[in-house]
Every structure is written in C-alpha cells, then in structure tokens.
Design a protein around this ligand. Structure first.
Ligand code: AR6
Length: 180
C-alpha cells in the first residue's frame, strides 16, 4: 500500500478503490455522454446507484444537450457512495500528444477543483483521469495532474486536501517517479 503526502500535506497520493473513499467529492473520469461507461465511471455508477445517472440526465437536458465537452466538469449527488458529491469530468482521448491533450487534461483537473471550491468542499479525490481506456501515457499524465493541482492549491485555500487514488501500486509508483 502506498501513501505519500506532498505539497505541505495537502496532496495525498495513495492506492485504493475511489468508490470507497470517504471524502466530500470523488471525481469521475466520465465521457461526454455522462451516461456511464467502463473503468472508474462504471464502478462509480454501479456502487453509487441510479440517483447519479438520473441527475446526469437532467444536466444533459438542461445544460449540455450535446454532451459535456472534454475538460469541463459538473457535479451530482454521490448517491450511495460514502462521498457527498461526484464531480464528473471528461479527460482527453490520447492521440499523439499534438491534439491539445495536455491542455484538456489540465482543464479537467482545474475545473474539477473549481467545482469543489465553489461548493466549499474540504476534500476531493481524483482517479488518474484519461490513463485507462482513453490511453494517456501515465508518466505524461502524472506531470500534468501534479502541475495542475499544485497550481490550483497555491492560489486557493479550498479544497484543503486533494487525494490522488491509484488503482494499482504500479500506477502510484509511476506517478511518484514521474513528478520527481
Ligand atoms: N478506483 C480508482 N481508480 C480506478 C478505479 C477505481 N474503482 N477503476 C479504474 N480506475 P478509466 P479514462 C483507474 O479507463 O482513461 C469509461 O468508459 C484505472 O486503472 O476509468 O479517463 C468512461 O465512460 C485508470 O488508472 O478512465 C470513458 O468512456 C484510471 O482509473 C472512458 O472510460 C482511469 O481509467 C474514460 O477513460
């Protein structure tokens, strides 16, 4: 099990299942449809129950009829999860590194943190957005995630704590090695 405290203790890198995390908000690596999918998205909807998808449907109808653009973030209830909210964001699909992938990934982190800040939340947990089904190289994604979180925390007191929850020890280790 890995647990490392960075950025004066405000960033905690750890291994685990994000659906079990007792924080104010967990971030979902969703797709633009907001209607669920595989990976962490599937796990969050499965464990959180149908209330989450019902709210996503309303968001689609009222605010995003064409889908949530990559890099944006919205929030819903967390249903039956221990968290209070799910913040849904859409990461970039990795192509070749020349398609604004890093900018979009950075926006996904920043806009999710902005949601937490607006909701005045103390803690938020992120999965490694885009590094699964969307194919973003883990080392490159690590740098973007770390820089985006660092930048936001330097400028904002809320959220106080950010957790980066990796599903495997290898993923957590790659992250820690990549930001050195
Ligand atoms: N807890 C923490 N991390 C997890 C969990 C979990 N329960 N499950 C998976 N991961 P992915 P993406 C890790 O594929 O690349 C979906 O179909 C996983 O090991 O979930 O952004 C959506 O609907 C990986 O490190 O998200 C989209 O269509 C990380 O979470 C698409 O996948 C992200 O992997 C989004 O792809």
């Amino acid at each position: 099990m890995i647990e490392q405290h960075l950025l004066n203790g405000r960033l905690i890198v750890e291994t685990g299942d994000i659906t079990e995390k007792n924080v104010d908000a967990v971030v979902n690596a969703a797709n633009s449809s907001l209607m669920g999918g595989g990976g962490v998205d599937g796990a969050i909807h499965r464990r959180g129950g149908p209330e989450i998808k019902a709210e996503c449907k309303t968001i689609r109808q009222t605010s995003y009829p064409d889908g949530l653009p990559a890099g944006e973030a919205v929030h819903t209830t967390a249903g039956e999860l221990p968290a209070k909210y799910v913040i849904h964001t859409v990461g970039p699909i990795w192509k070749d590194g020349q398609a604004n992938e890093s900018e979009i990934l950075s926006n996904a982190y920043r806009n999710s943190l902005q949601q937490a800040s607006t909701l005045k939340l103390g803690s938020i947990a992120f999965p490694a957005i885009s590094t699964g089904i969307y194919g973003y190289p883990r080392e490159k994604a690590a740098r973007v995630a770390f820089d985006s979180i660092n930048d936001f925390l330097e400028k904002n007191d809320i959220p106080e704590k950010v957790f980066l929850v990796f599903y495997s020890e290898l993923d957590a280790q790659i992250f820690l090695d990549s930001i050195r």
